[in-house]
Ligand binder design. Sequence first.
Ligand SMILES: [Zn+2]
Length: 152
Amino acid sequence: MRCPFCGYPNTRVQDSRSIENGSVIRRRRECPSCGAKFTTYERFEGGRFMVIKKDGRREKFQREKLMNGIVKACEKRPISMEKIEEMVNSLESKARKLGTEIPTNSIGELVMKELRKLDKIAYIRFASVYREFRDTEQFIKEIGKLEEENDR
Ligand SMILES: [Zn+2]
């Protein structure tokens, strides 16, 4: 594979590992020319699937969009890009299992379930954007629910 940084045609594979129960292969590569290190993922290309928005419009599923939303929620939290990348991978395969047309709220629910396990602050941030908390009361209620969970 060509180095994305300097264009050298032959980067070396340092490490190759299967993740997510063998459905994805992760390779760490290094460029012998410029020394850049980067990661590639090999996964089943499951064809396109569509997302159905709230107003009924359909849109091609965009991995980048999902990724951006999660990165934003995780900003300044102790969560590595690698962890986020893994989460997006697993979310995508979970979403694919639901069919070829998936309502945006099903994807949103999947994301929230994962974020809740990972980081409460990131979860609240994502939920507040996603659920469009209309007032502070709703927001406080959601935080209250999390605190109850922690007490258990
Ligand atoms: Zn290079």
